[in-house]
Structures are given as structure tokens and as C-alpha cells.
Write a protein that binds this ligand. Structure first.
Ligand SMILES: [Zn+2]
Length: 123
């Protein structure tokens, strides 16, 4: 069995130098050619454009889905729920125009008067 001790106090000098086997005669480090650089720039640019387009399409699809979701809860703006006429003011609860809201309130009051006095009328 072989044991490896890492905290040995004995210093041992290697007979061979560090970095042996590396070719020291190479004059300059590796430099990519201009064709390599052009290819890399084009490749990275196309990848970046593809990523940008994918993010843009995802944002557009998200907003389309959000608009589609919101549309199902939206009534046609400004149309009275009773008479169907366009109006610039609608009751926020019943979505009735002013005339239909007044008619509805008068009808309710007349019904209460009918119960109380026997007459279907509004004073
Ligand atoms: Zn109306």
C-alpha cells in the first residue's frame, strides 16, 4: 500500500526542471489570423443578433398573450349595458348610461312606492 504525505518537512529537489518538455524555441505566442478574427467577429455577431431577436420575439409574444388575456375581461368601451348606446359616462357598477340609470332608479323608487302606498309612481 502506498501512502502520500502532504505535510512532509523533508524538502526534495527534483532532478528535472519545472516546465520540461515545453518547446521554448517558439518565438511568439499564438496569434489568430485576420481571417480567424473576421470569422469570430461574424460568428459572435450572428449569435448576438439571434439572441436579441429571440428576446424581442419573446417580449412580443408575452405582450400579445397579456393583451389577449385582458381583452376577455373588457367590455366595449362606452356602451350602455341596457340600451347599447355609446355614452361618455357609464355608471361604474352597473355600466348604464345616465338616462338608463335614472330610469332604473325611478323604477326602483316606484316599486317601493307601490308597496308603501299602492301607487306605482315617483314624486
Ligand atoms: Zn343606456
Amino acid at each position: 500500500m502506498t501512502a502520500i504525505l502532504f505535510d512532509s518537512t523533508v524538502t526534495r529537489k527534483s532532478s528535472q526542471s519545472f516546465g520540461r518538455g515545453i518547446d521554448r524555441e517558439r518565438p511568439t505566442p499564438f496569434e489568430p489570423s485576420s481571417q480567424d478574427r473576421a470569422w469570430a467577429a461574424e460568428s459572435f455577431d450572428s449569435l448576438d443578433q439571434a439572441r436579441y431577436q429571440a428576446e424581442k420575439n419573446a417580449r412580443l409574444e408575452d405582450s400579445a398573450r397579456e393583451a389577449e388575456w385582458n381583452d376577455q375581461f373588457r367590455l366595449a368601451p362606452g356602451l350602455c349595458e341596457w340600451c347599447g348606446e355609446p355614452s361618455d359616462w357609464l355608471d361604474p357598477v352597473h355600466k348604464l348610461c345616465a338616462e338608463c340609470m335614472t330610469d332604473a332608479e325611478n323604477s326602483t323608487i316606484a316599486c317601493m312606492n307601490k308597496v308603501a302606498m299602492g301607487e306605482y309612481r315617483v314624486f
